[in-house]
Design a protein around this ligand. Structure first.
Ligand code: ATP
Length: 240
């Protein structure tokens, strides 16, 4: 089964994400994996909405694509690189340079300033200080964040502000791939829609491939490419 998220497929020939016969199980003593994907591709620049019921494997897939988890069979290719076959050090370097991740809980360092949070990500991604300054000057107004917040401890900001800082941090290295896990659950509908619009504008600007995980049906409208993890994860059925 070849499941490709397919808007503008004709115009886009570069694959950002290719997953082939990838399996993962949390408990290695079990026979049946928690996640098995036979064949799935996302083209460079696509914005894909990944939906699915609770426990269906969305976060697991995201963590595999981020290199936080390592598949049991190693078949993830990102940007043409055999990502899941790289050494742990190379995976860390690849992630820092090419992948932005926005987690459900944002994962900011709460007692460290907003600026430091962003600078740390930039440092690991090899982005120089001048570039950080330039990108922040561009990003902050788009994210409705004032320069005053840069000096504040991240943990002192509102949830909505932390979310936008998490986006700034994820985009500071102009990643090729942005993985976003259910970030809008704490927002009201107006803030949620504003957030989505900003996110999509920024991904277009940087030509970033976006994989957006959510089970909020309202957010589907922002995407033309939608995939249900149940179609991908054949470990959830009786196929294997
Ligand atoms: N750390 C873990 N240890 C063992 N099993 C886990 C762990 N994390 C997830 N699982 C199992 O893997 C399966 C997929 O979980 P996952 O968190 O990826 O689902 P999800 O679709 O992201 O759910 P949700 O929408 O509730 O966040 C579930 O059966 C879950 O119980």
């Amino acid at each position: 089964m070849n499941l490709t998220s397919d808007t503008n497929k004709d115009q886009q020939n570069e694959l950002a994400i290719k997953v082939e016969n990838m399996s993962y199980k949390y408990d290695k003593t079990r026979i049946k994996p928690d996640l098995f994907i036979a064949d799935w591709q996302v083209y460079a620049g696509q914005h894909v909405f990944l939906k699915g019921e609770s426990g269906s494997g969305k976060t697991t897939l995201l963590n595999l694509l981020a290199g936080v988890l390592v598949p049991d069979s190693r078949e993830i290719t990102l940007l043409g690189e055999p990502f899941s076959q790289l050494s742990p050090q190379k995976i860390d370097a690849f992630r820092a340079k090419h992948i932005g991740v926005v987690y459900q809980q944002f994962n900011l360092i709460p007692f460290v300033s907003v600026l430091k949070n962003v600078q740390l990500a930039a440092h690991f991604g090899g982005t120089c200080a001048d570039q950080v300054e330039q990108t922040l000057a561009d990003l902050l107004p788009k994210l409705a964040l004032s320069t005053d917040c840069l000096g504040q401890a991240a943990g002192q900001l509102s949830v909505g502000q932390q979310q936008r800082v998490a986006i700034a941090r994820a985009l500071i290295n102009h990643p090729d791939i942005l993985l976003v896990d259910e970030p809008t659950s704490a927002l009201d509908s107006a803030a949620r829609d504003a957030f989505m619009q900003v996110l999509l504008v920024l991904c277009n600007k940087f030509n970033t491939t976006l994989l957006f995980v959510s089970h909020d049906p309202h957010l589907q409208a922002f995407f033309t490419d939608r995939v249900n993890i149940a179609e991908l994860n054949i470990a959830q059925g009786d196929v294997i």
